[in-house]
Design a protein around this ligand. Structure first.
Ligand code: AMP
Length: 451
């Protein structure tokens, strides 16, 4: 079925053609017709399914001929990156229409976002927290919203946004169209969907708990301490031209990115401790090929959409099966093919088994033939926490011992004949003595162990 079969404005069909979309994806084929008619839609769709165009096209279509300067559509997304990505998609799809849009998310100045509200852009794409910040100031009125989209609803609930979502819903007109997208549909999501939707069309284009089709998934068993060497080995073989690598923590993302750069691989990092400009620059550099490798933690990577992203590497096994499905959804975009590799150390086998149960199959194990699995690690990414605590304790013991020796030396010197008594001014001191106060350190001595 071509895009021309939908009742879409010709300017949208042109944009779709310019983007190179030849035929609709499954979720687009099912969601666009009822959404164009104004019906509510509840779709189980993950990243890579083409869900963004599935909700944007019908909304832009309905707004084309409406008066401007009043915000009539609101898209809620869990992360800044996803909101920015949706805005990019919107700009491409609405290119030949008068419909305007803006993204509203944290980490950047409020001013331009306030201007977007005040000027009444047609569509606001927002993360819940920042939207509420604007709502507090009065100018962000949602009373004319006619179309609401919840994108990645499951992720929003995972991130604890339910109270914010409820506060936002309370400000919206009840007569509206709601399009509800979620990769998974656990009970709390189904409850929220029931509350928000009126007589929705339900769409389930793929099995709820399987990654997008076309993805080649494999597991690389490897000792934890050799993971860094293995990734350098695989990247140096040039079989991976572009890779998004997930680590469990921000600390590991930093250490791994540093390690790759030291090994001569152009890599950037993206995680919650980085400022918004840093994240934006890292993502832009990854997209334009300046950095063929991007190391990321889960949350920050939501919404990363890179054309023809060939490889996703789970450097650490995700702890929740849904995270695995979401991460792997970064590759195999819109039914293309891609590879998803997961490094598994013996201590992560249990988490891997949970993932295999969730996706309903055992993933193939791969051994890299020319990699030395017995080698001593060249670098350690992380010092185990117990060892770090032991090191801190040892350092403190050393500091205390040094302080005691210094104190003993000082009191021995004070007892030597000719040394000024403790309560008088020492030579060279420009401060008055403090009769009755605590003893001063003799002048000319070091500043103690921390120096
Ligand atoms: P998402 O909307 O996050 O699931 O992303 C889907 C990706 O596939 C984006 O890169 C879109 O530009 C692309 N895409 C969406 N719809 C189509 C289509 N019908 N044909 C080809 N690519 C598409």
């Amino acid at each position: 079925m071509p895009f021309t079969q939908f009742k879409l404005n010709p300017s949208l069909v042109t944009a779709v053609k310019e983007l190179g979309f030849v035929r609709p994806t499954a979720v687009q084929a099912e969601a666009i017709p009822p959404a164009v008619e104004g019906r509510d839609v509840m779709a189980c769709a993950q990243t890579g399914s083409g869900k963004t165009a599935a909700f944007l096209l019908p909304i832009i279509n309905r707004l084309i001929d409406r008066p401007r300067r009043t915000t009539k559509a609101l898209v809620l997304a869990p992360t800044r990156e996803l909101a920015a990505q949706i805005l990019d998609d919107f700009n491409a799809l609405a290119l030949h229409t008068p419909v305007t849009g803006a993204a509203v998310y944290g980490g950047v100045a409020m001013g331009p976002q306030e201007h977007a509200f005040r000027s009444g852009v047609d569509i606001i794409i927002a993360t819940p927290g920042r939207l509420i910040d604007h709502m507090r100031s009065g100018y962000a009125s949602l009373k004319h919203i006619e179309h609401l989209v919840l994108d990645e609803a499951d992720r929003m609930l995972d991130m604890g946004f339910l109270p914010e979502i409820r506060r936002i819903l309370a400000q919206l007109p009840t007569r509206r169209q709601t399009l509800f997208f979620s990769a998974t549909m656990p009970a709390p999501i189904a409850v929220l969907a029931r509350e928000m939707l009126r007589n929705p069309v339900s769409i389930q284009t793929q099995r709820q708990s399987a990654p997008a089709s076309g993805i080649t998934q494999a597991v690389y068993p490897v000792p934890m301490e050799l993971k860094a060497s293995l990734i350098v080995h695989l990247l140096s073989q040039k079989t991976m031209t572009q890779a998004l690598i997930f680590t469990r923590t921000k600390h590991r993302a930093n250490r791994l990115a540093d390690h790759l750069v030291t090994a001569g691989i152009r890599a950037e990092r993206i995680h919650g401790n980085r400022s918004q400009p840093q994240r934006t620059a890292a993502l832009a550099g990854f997209k334009n090929g300046t950095y063929p490798v991007l190391v990321a933690t889960d949350i920050a990577a939501r919404g990363i959409d890179v054309d023809e992203l060939g490889h996703v590497v789970n450097f650490d096994v995700p702890q929740a099966p849904e995270d695995y499905i979401h991460r792997v959804g970064r590759t195999g975009r819109a039914e293309a093919t891609g590879d998803a590799f997961t490094f598994v150390s013996p201590e992560e086998e249990n988490d891997l088994r949970d993932i295999e149960r969730a996706i309903g199959r055992r993933l193939p194990r791969v051994t890299v033939p020319d990699f030395d699995y017995t080698a001593r690690p060249k670098a350690r990414l992380e010092i185990p926490i117990a060892q770090r605590i032991a090191e801190i304790r040892a350092r403190k013991r050393e500091e205390r011992a040094r302080a005691e020796i210094n104190a003993a030396r000082r009191s021995a010197a004070a007892r030597r004949p000719g040394h000024p008594p403790r309560e008088t001014r020492g030579p060279g001191s420009d401060r008055p003595s403090r009769p009755g106060g605590p003893p001063r350190r003799p002048a000319g001595r070091g500043r103690g162990p921390r120096g």
